[in-house]
Design a protein around this ligand. Sequence first.
Ligand code: GLU
Length: 281
Amino acid sequence: MFVTRFAPSPTGRLHKGHAFSALTAWRAAKAAGGRFILRIEDIDPTRCRPEFEAGIYEDLAWLGLDWETPVRRQSDHLADYAAVVESLDHRGLLYRCFRTRKEILDAIGAAPHGPAEAARPGPHPADEEARLLAEGRPFAWRLSLDRAKEALGVAAWDALSFIEEGSGPNGETGRIKARPETAGDVVLARKDAGTAYHLAVTHDDALQGVSHVIRGQDLFEATHVQRLFQALMDWPAPVYRHHRLLAGPDGRRYAKRDQSVTLAELRAGGLLPDRLGAELA
Ligand code: GLU
């Protein structure tokens, strides 16, 4: 069964780039006689807002899309993600990171072997960790690439790959070797949220039986570590179709900062959904 999804984060109103992504996934589902899922990725409590979620439903309905209900909203399922963190911790694959963002960035600037290595700060010495824990300082959980490699076995690690039916930003397509090491020891649970993007997105793709992940090329690099995570959790690997990023009239890709091109504004300005649908075909 072909199952795909559109998984926006309600951190602003949707723009044309989102419309393109949502339409691409929805049309692929219709063409394949498959299912289209809408998922609200609202694990960031500081940036997500209910009115933006309401805006997503409004804008997608205006575009003419339909989706299955109930819609999964990630903030309603934090216990699911916490259970994954706990199981990974039991397997010894995680470590606590008390460092601030600034400390990590400073370390990256100072690293002799470039960013990838510095994004692997490694566990704190045991006595320091015990002290920070006792002080009640907040920490993030990071996935240890070293321990992940050990757990998976070198042969499985080396064979790790995914299928790209679209293309990466440099034209990558077909079977792609996964290079999770480029992401470093990614954060799987943020200090404030108890989970993080890579964990929640792969968990939900597996839970919801997503067979095809259709999304923008800006997330192509994220696929490498997400593939590792799927292997560690014994979750199936979906097929990926990364699509090009839509450029605005100035040639730059659409982003949340371009509030002038939100779908809400375009609608208010009289744009008809069919016209936009045709433009994005
Ligand atoms: N929630 C992510 C975003 O808004 C997209 C997740 C995905 O498609 O994998 O950028």
